[in-house]
Design a protein around this ligand. Structure first.
Ligand SMILES: [Zn+2]
Length: 327
């Protein structure tokens, strides 16, 4: 699936994903305005998997608009709840600004003083575009982890980039082939270029989103290997979500990593962080995908079930027990 143009960072940073070399720029949104707007009238209130969701809509919303928005939010929230074992935060406010075009996004998510997201939605967006949207799930992934210092934006953006298609696949909203297509086509964009100083110091689009996603893919593999197949990255992320309560907490990256590594009784997140944060490490993505049994043949994604980590690959896109080990 083709990635759309706009992606946002949970701290309120916004970048245009169409330009791989564009540096991160501040979002135009004033979060104070969004908080104030959400304190006024609400258009929709509902609960999904333990998360109470309050939606305000700016722009004339017909009953059909409201219905479409609720279906879209519920579908996205269900995918996130599948991955994290529950919705990513207890309370979430969403402001939807309607426009007359057919776009979804841009979107921005903040965590203080409460979890909120602002997203633009075109009234003319097709039902199938809403049905297949990834932007909402990406933002909901940001809710699940604590907010971090700006230099670690790659950690959060990479996480949302990595988790979003997997969460949707676990609920059958994407096929495994669609999930791994994204790794084959897009993860190479996360490799370092000349002058790179490591993930904590190189704030380009490619390194922030896909360099971050590479970190989480390597973490997935290491956690599984180091625990003899007992744990997966999902266990670590559920623990981080439970202990932090989501993006209303402001943590250091070290604290976040410690909670995740403790949950899976290992050191993978910390070791990889130390390896990649200050140095331009080119990841052997080809080898990682080969171990998982993923390749592209004649333009199609193919799986090899004899590959050493084929079991991990299958389990990544398989629905897990609601709250395994993490409650
Ligand atoms: Zn983001």
């Amino acid at each position: 699936m083709k990635r759309r143009r706009f992606l946002q960072w949970a701290g309120g940073l916004a970048i245009a994903a169409s330009s791989p070399l564009r540096a991160i720029a501040q979002s135009d949104d004033d979060p104070g305005d969004i908080y104030n707007r959400l304190k006024q009238s609400l258009d929709l209130r509902f609960v999904v998997a333990g998360g109470s969701i309050n939606v305000a809509i700016d722009g004339d919303a017909s009953p059909l608009d409201k219905h479409r928005i609720e279906v879209w939010v519920r579908r996205s929230a269900s995918a996130i709840a599948a991955y994290f074992g529950r919705f990513s935060v207890e309370h979430w406010g969403l402001l939807v600004t309607l426009s007359d075009d057919d776009h979804i996004g841009p979107a921005t998510t903040w965590g203080y003083p409460s979890s909120i997201t602002h997203i633009a939605l075109g009234r003319n967006v097709s039902d199938s575009a809403l049905h297949n949207d990834w932007v909402m799930v990406h933002e909901m992934t940001h809710l699940a982890l604590p907010s971090l210092p700006q230099r670690n934006a790659w950690f959060m953006e990479g996480n949302a980039t990595y988790v979003e298609p997997i969460a949707r696949a676990q609920l059958g909203q994407l096929t495994p082939q669609e999930v791994w297509r994204w790794a084959v086509d897009d993860m190479p964009k996360g490799q370092p270029h000349d002058g790179d100083k490591g993930l904590d110091h190189t704030h380009t689009w490619g390194r922030t989103y896909w360099g971050g996603a590479l970190y989480w893919l390597l973490a997935e593999i290491s956690i599984y290997k180091n625990s003899g197949g007992r744990y997966r990255l999902q266990d670590a992320l559920r623990a981080i979500n439970r202990e932090s309560g989501g993006n209303t907490s402001f943590w250091s990256v070290e604290q976040t990593i410690l909670v995740g590594d403790t949950a899976v009784q290992g050191h993978a997140l910390g070791s990889l962080y130390r390896e990649l944060k200050d140095r331009p490490v080119t990841v052997d993505l080809h080898d990682a995908l080969k171990q998982l049994g993923i390749s592209e043949v004649d333009g199609a994604i193919r799986f090899d079930d004899r590959a050493p980590l084929a079991g991990l690959r299958r389990s990544i896109t398989t629905l897990q027990a609601p709250s395994a080990r993490s409650d």
